[in-house]
Design a protein around this ligand. Structure first.
Ligand SMILES: Nc1ncnc2c1ncn2[C@@H]1O[C@H](COP(=O)(O)OP(=O)(O)OP(=O)(O)O)[C@@H](O)[C@H]1O
Ligand SMILES: [Mg+2]
Length: 472
């Protein structure tokens, strides 16, 4: 996740599609042509040496000049190839971003401004492509000229040697033929070596992605003795900004913990650290007494079900989206989970029921519906620890009843960590943790915290005002 965080979508998309396609398409051909051309050149040159030493020397001199020019060509092509590949990536990234943000862009009526970013990226790519061609064409032209000159020199010298009587006619004819062969094969090799440079850059980019260090996913398979969660003096920063600052907390098995606090305080980050979406930089996180780093990725994940703040649904049927965590689940189990997550009714109202295909990212469902599908998914997985990141945006009164019911069904007999914005869920929690600016500022039950002068009381009274304002 750290990698996806700081490397742009455009880069990955462009390398795994464009660049790889280019490499796959031309690499074998280019390597073959270069090999074939070089081998033929060497064989023909040796042949010439064997027949006539003088002609052999001329071709050797010619090949040397050719190689020098070829070096120069390749170096200049490599220079423009960098800019070309980077401009390619840029275009993909900017266009992806533009399409993903199109709703915002229209909303704020900043089409022109954003189009100009897209336009700039396209212009940059255009210029890079033209520069690449302008560099390659003259270079290849010069190479071509040299190859032809070698051919002419060999042919001319052979004729000259014949005329002054130092070469027999049959040799002269053979050398003339060889002069054609050598320039054809050199030419071939020359054109494709420039392409090899570009392919080389592409392969470097692909290797960069393949070389990304994996988070240690082959830890031990551990079935924890219990599901007590413990964080000890944990600190964490995304890149350089410290987000979590010396947090220590305990979450006992089968209890409900609510995490509350101002937006941006670090609530989501704390839950991500518990499930090891990121590695802590200081301190440690344990599950059942074992450091989460000791677990294999799979055996750690078996303990958690997530309902994220932003739900992602795949472009697939609703049924498949629900059975995501357990692909072998039967239709009955899917329906059962949907009923418990209060989804069944709205799903049945869709044109194809459970077989309705939802748009990419769940674009065709409302926020509340998406969240309830995510809950059905979590019910399906039936993990012992549920982490629920409530989305503030979806907490409208119509959705509230269904959501509460769904959450209650999800959370029976489980360890619940809930980032909550609704008073009702917070008040019933066995432990409330108030997070502000990456630190835990208050811990306790509702009654204890409400008695203290602090963020919690402000949070609750603020809520009450908001709720009464809504009802009045
Ligand atoms: N992937 C990320 N990369 C860099 N910074 C991040 C990332 N995710 C969150 N942050 C930053 O970390 C801080 C804490 O974010 P976090 O999502 O944990 O807050 P939160 O308490 O869950 O807020 P909210 O109530 O709005 O969901 C924020 O300042 C945010 O900008
Ligand atoms: Mg959050």
């Amino acid at each position: 996740m750290g990698y996806f965080n700081d490397t742009s979508l455009g880069h990955i998309t462009s390398v795994t599609t464009n660049t790889m396609e280019q490499v796959g398409d031309i690499a074998t051909r280019a390597i073959m042509m270069v090999l074939q051309g070089s081998i033929t050149t060497v064989v023909v040159a040796l042949f010439m040496f064997a027949f006539d030493f003088r002609i052999g020397l001329i071709s050797l001199a010619g090949i040397t000049v050719f190689l020098l020019v070829n070096q120069w060509t390749n170096r200049s092509v490599a220079r423009v190839a960098n800019e070309k590949l980077s401009a390619d990536r840029d275009v993909v990234g900017v266009i992806l971003e533009y399409i993903q943000g199109i709703a915002e862009i229209r909303n704020y009526n900043v089409i022109g401004q954003n189009q100009s970013r897209v336009q700039k990226a396209i212009d940059r790519k255009k210029n890079a492509d033209i520069a690449a061609e302008l560099t390659a064409i003259p270079a290849v032209g010069v190479q071509n000229l040299i190859v032809k000159l070698i051919g002419v020199a060999i042919a001319g010298a052979s004729l000259w040697f014949y005329l002054n009587g130092t070469m027999e006619l049959v040799y002269t004819i053979t050398m003339l033929l060889c002069s054609f062969m050598i320039f054809e094969s050199l030419d071939l090799a020359g054109i494709y070596t420039a392409l090899l440079k570009i392919i080389g850059k592409g392969v470097d980019l692909a290797n960069e992605i393949l070389g990304i260090e994996q988070m240690d996913i082959d830890g031990e398979t551990i079935v924890p003795a219990n599901r007590d969660i413990h964080m000890e003096h944990v600190s964490f920063a995304y890149e350089n900004r410290k987000i979590i600052d010396d947090v220590t907390l305990d979450i006992k098995e089968n209890t409900t913990t609510a995490i509350v606090g101002p937006s941006g305080g670090g609530k989501t980050t704390i839950t991500s650290l518990i499930a090891r979406f990121w590695d802590v930089q200081e301190g440690k996180v344990t599950l059942g007494g074992r450091n989460v780093k000791d677990y294999s990725f799979d055996s750690l994940m078996e303990n958690f079900s997530f309902v994220f703040q932003r739900v992602y649904l795949f472009e697939d049927t609703i049924a498949n989206n629900i059975r995501f965590g357990r692909p072998e689940a039967s239709m009955e189990e899917v329906t059962e989970a949907a009923k418990r997550a209060a989804c069944h009714d709205f799903i049945m109202a869709l044109p194809n029921g459970y077989e309705t295909v939802i748009g990419e990212g769940g674009a065709t469902l409302s926020g509340g519906e998406k969240q309830r599908i995510a809950i059905a998914r979590a019910i399906m997985k039936d993990a012992p620890i549920i982490i629920l990141d409530e989305a503030t945006a979806n907490v409208d009164p119509e959705n509230e009843k269904e959501l509460t019911e769904a959450i209650e069904n999800l959370t029976k007999q489980k360890t619940i960590i809930m980032i909550a914005h609704r008073l009702k869920t917070v008040r019933n929690a066995e432990q409330i943790i108030v997070v502000d600016k990456g630190r835990i500022v208050q811990t306790g039950k509702h009654e204890e915290l409400i008695a203290q002068d602090g963020i919690y009381r402000n949070f609750i009274t603020g809520r009450k005002q908001a709720v009464s304002w809504k009802l009045s």
